[in-house]
Design a binder for this molecule. Structure first.
Ligand code: APR
Ligand code: MG
Ligand code: MG
Length: 197
């Protein structure tokens, strides 16, 4: 287990901690930008009410629901689709960074999941998130796709990475890109180098 990570058991043993679960939904795609730049994967993030980019999900109370049931409930509210998320989709659990905005003094534990779905399901999520989702226009201003390519001149992933993210969403994204082979490490490195300029 990577340093700073908690096991599910350790996390749930903390009775005074609060818990939040978020998920990265993604699919493969054969579509090409401008008919020539492969998109490769569609990865969904969201523009939140606070102007920060993050993953769909939210606060879960393990005393009332399982982590995964709570995450599915948040998904229904935020993207309008009842997508089951299971223990097998879990990838990491850690304490929230100290800089996370919080109205409570109890520690916040972040559980992160990654779920691969079909491209058509991604489109269904995008349609529902922009229409029937109860949080649309409220907690969630809109879904956004992550550009995985780097264009001549540097546009693409590097510039996307230079936006501001909630909590540890940026590092969750970077870790997931590598863990699930969604980008070659050298291409990620190139994009991240660009984002620092
Ligand atoms: N994506 C989104 N939020 C994250 C992430 C991430 N990758 N990582 C950490 N967080 C943290 C944020 O600090 C956030 O405040 O988890 C916390 C809870 O997540 P939300 O998605 O904001 O929670 P949700 O239950 O959807 O919203 C309920 O939370 O932010 C408050 O007051 C806000 O009414 C809202 C309430
Ligand atoms: Mg929510
Ligand atoms: Mg949320």
């Amino acid at each position: 287990m990577a340093s700073g990570q908690l096991s599910r058991e350790e996390a749930l043993a903390c009775s005074e901690c609060r818990h939040a679960c978020h998920v990265m939904l993604y699919s493969d795609t054969k579509t090409q930008l401008f008919g020539r730049i492969p998109i490769r994967h569609i990865i969904l993030m969201q523009m939140r009410f606070d102007g920060l980019l993050g993953f769909p999900g939210g606060l879960v109370n393990p005393a009332e629901e399982t982590l995964e049931a709570g995450l599915s409930r948040e998904l229904l509210e935020e993207v309008g689709v009842a997508l089951p998320v299971s223990v097998e989709d879990h990838v990491a659990t850690c304490f929230a960074p100290a800089s996370s905005p919080s109205s409570s003094s109890s520690r916040l534990i972040l559980h992160f999941y990654v779920k691969k779905i079909e491209e058509e399901q991604i489109r269904e999520v995008e349609r529902a998130a922009a229409s029937t989702a109860t949080d649309h226009g409220l907690e969630v201003l809109g879904m956004v796709r992550v550009p995985l390519y780097t264009m001549k001149g540097g546009g693409g992933l590097g510039l996307f990475m230079s936006h501001t993210f909630i909590g540890n969403a940026r590092s969750q994204l970077v870790d997931a890109l590598l863990r699930f082979n969604l980008i070659a490490p050298k291409d990620l490195h190139k994009a991240l180098t660009h984002s620092l300029k």
